[in-house]
Design a protein around this ligand. Sequence first.
Ligand SMILES: NC(=O)c1ccc[n+]([C@@H]2O[C@H](COP(=O)([O-])OP(=O)(O)OC[C@H]3O[C@@H](n4cnc5c(N)ncnc54)[C@H](O)[C@@H]3O)[C@@H](O)[C@H]2O)c1
Ligand SMILES: O=C(O)C(=O)C[C@@H](O)[C@H](O)[C@H](O)COP(=O)(O)O
Ligand SMILES: [Zn+2]
Length: 374
Amino acid sequence: MANGRNRRRRAPMSLRNVQVGGARPYRIDIGADLLRDGALLAQSLRGRHALVVSDNNVAPLYLQRTVDALRAARPDIRIASHAMPAGEQEKTLARFGNAIDALAALGATRDGCVYALGGGVVGDLAGFAAACWMRGIDCVQLPTTLLAMVDSSVGGKTAVDLPQGKNLVGAFHPPVAVIADTAALATLPARELRAGFAEVIKYGAIVDAPFLDWLAAHSDALLDGDADALSEAIARSCAHKAAIVERDPFEHGERALLNFGHTFGHAIETAQEYGTLNHGEAVAIGMVLAARLSTALGMATDTDTMILRALLQRFDLPTQLPAGLDPDTLLAHMRLDKKAQASGLRFVLWDGLGRARVVADVPEDAVLGVLRSG
Ligand SMILES: NC(=O)c1ccc[n+]([C@@H]2O[C@H](COP(=O)([O-])OP(=O)(O)OC[C@H]3O[C@@H](n4cnc5c(N)ncnc54)[C@H](O)[C@@H]3O)[C@@H](O)[C@H]2O)c1
Ligand SMILES: O=C(O)C(=O)C[C@@H](O)[C@H](O)[C@H](O)COP(=O)(O)O
Ligand SMILES: [Zn+2]
């Protein structure tokens, strides 16, 4: 049930895929029941070792079918599984160490593969383990949340959090394949489904204003779990992310647009010690704050902020800074944002719907002004 709605479980019409080009191209497959497709799961497995990393919510639901399908396709391989405790507070160096221990126990050779089965927390942590084991082995992302399907499984940013900040320890390590089984969305808690829409809306906000109209028009279907609408939203989001990371895999320029709302959002998550709002919710608030900062700097109109806020609210996402967060503490966290430079803070701001850009040397007073007015 989402918001008291009955989520439909109709299977999507077809398999979709999105190609991510560049030096190490890979394909994103999107469709129902792909976790049961052993041939697909095994197609990028070069060696004889596979570690399936999941969490203690996802493992009881999807681990067995994944391992069974892999084993059926490749009876010759050694498969181990590792389920970490669920949640952002577990995206730590200590849990990363546990995943590395699991690779060591498996005796994974350099042609082995990590399968990241879960949401963005599992994807980021397992991807980072794959990036580090023997200086880098293959990783297949098997996203099971909407957020992971539309964003975190694609593009190769892997990381764990520190108490000082989000994703502060990590590596760029693109997957060799992304396989998004949309049937997994049927078990996703409604709050987590909504969180995923924050990152979906982000693509519209930064580069595709007509997508925002489409999302508004299809919000009921999307929140009801309509398979075709979800499949379209996932494919369109992945196409945007693929195009951007293909052109700028290491965030030297354009890729930073994907960080719209994240300077504020990550500061909120860090200040709350990763325990209150989830990532999507924090990004939703962060996008509204970024839009308001753009207006404060004379770049955009309030009307665009109102349209963005209304759309986020339509997806039951928060749009206001939670009470009790100290603006100076948030600003201090922002100084450790990965876009910050010696010369000062850099923000992704916008000139209006679908027109984001990176702005350097944003005055801290302007940021504090936005934070102090809520
Ligand atoms: N690498 C990137 O480019 C990138 C992009 C966006 C977000 N992220 C990261 O992703 C993380 C957030 O990801 P998330 O929103 O997926 O959170 P998450 O991984 O914590 O998953 C949310 C919750 O849903 C549960 N869950 C997952 N799939 C399920 C399913 N199918 N059925 C039932 N329960 C399920 C999980 O156990 C967890 O409790 C953050 O750490 C964020 O920083 C990374
Ligand atoms: O892929 C990217 O690039 C993004 O910025 C996507 C974001 O949604 C994601 O949350 C990412 O992990 C943030 O990266 P960071 O470099 O700010 O830690
Ligand atoms: Zn994000």
